[in-house]
Design a protein around this ligand. Sequence first.
Ligand SMILES: NC(=O)c1ccc[n+]([C@@H]2O[C@H](COP(=O)([O-])OP(=O)(O)OC[C@H]3O[C@@H](n4cnc5c(N)ncnc54)[C@H](O)[C@@H]3O)[C@@H](O)[C@H]2O)c1
Ligand SMILES: [Mg+2]
Length: 343
Amino acid sequence: MLQSFKYLFSCNLVLSRSLSGYVSRMRYLMRLKEDDEACREALKSGKVLLYHKLSPLLRKTSSGYKLASLKTSDLEQILEKVGKDKHIVNESFLLGCTDKDEPQFSLDVGDLDRSALEQECRGMFVDLRKAFFMIPGPESPLAAKGQALLRWHQTNCFCSATGQPTVRNQSGSFRVCHSSGITYYPKMAPVVIVLVSDGSRCLLARQAMFPPGMYSALSGFCDMGESVEEALHREVAEEVGLEVENLQYSGSQHWPFPQSSFMLACHATVNPDKTQVNIDKAELEDARWFTYEEITEALQNLPRDPRREPPVFWVPPSYAIANQLLQEWANHQQLSRKLHGLK
Ligand SMILES: NC(=O)c1ccc[n+]([C@@H]2O[C@H](COP(=O)([O-])OP(=O)(O)OC[C@H]3O[C@@H](n4cnc5c(N)ncnc54)[C@H](O)[C@@H]3O)[C@@H](O)[C@H]2O)c1
Ligand SMILES: [Mg+2]
């Protein structure tokens, strides 16, 4: 009894310590967003993710590629070496804070010579879609956020009401037009994504613009005034001519493409007697039902090296929520196969 009480007590201590660490980090970030001076000060001791025309800088390590995170002081030296004023570091945007309380920022240096920078930084700038297949999963949301924030600032330099320049705050959490008084905050467009199953197979589709062989779950932007459920029913009807039922929420994620989407992911089923797809060829190049075996193989054979030929059929990387939907579906299939005595 005493033993279990001691165990519970120590668990609670660990929990309260980690909770208070999280809370103080969030409060610190909140202050940096609002207080320009504090944010400038934090940048001095922070880390910066560098982008070149929105491609993040990666470094090769003994365990594979990683997102490069440069100390502000090191970055200032690198900038001087490539002939740029070190003060452009102050144009960085606040991204977050590591669990060691180091503030993190992003900066795009697309106007500087790419190969000179790569040499000085001992890394390479990689297209973000490719980087998602190369960097460790936990680094992907940060790489995505860094790019999304940079892109939003690059495309929101003018007020849509007055045409006058907008001015950022130090952290980059908003831009303001001093002429109209309008404050602009970074935006995401809501998108539904759904993995449709007929009980034993799941439906994946590809757009002509996807890389060859890649298939993903059905997705689409929400229309103004629509609920998630309405958008989901409409998108599946429009794209493949099917009516879905049994919607089950799976999760959400920020997706940096094309201009920051907020992905809301669900599972859904169709009547196994009504699986004939009728593809909207304006939207999709192909849509097909895939078996459990095809999906598990694709999940195990994700392309890792962009220079290598991808498999004939492959699915989005582990960071993409489409991948999460496929993993969940495969796990569910595996369980029901076990229950039915199948392999
Ligand atoms: N993270 C993931 O796992 C994952 C998987 C699939 C798709 N996605 C993302 O979902 C997004 C939407 O999917 P989709 O292409 O099938 O959408 P979609 O089926 O709605 O078709 C795209 C078209 O919708 C129109 N549109 C309407 N509102 C728009 C808006 N706010 N921004 C841009 N276009 C808009 C445009 O004409 C565009 O060509 C894509 O950008 C894609 O990157 C993410
Ligand atoms: Mg679509």
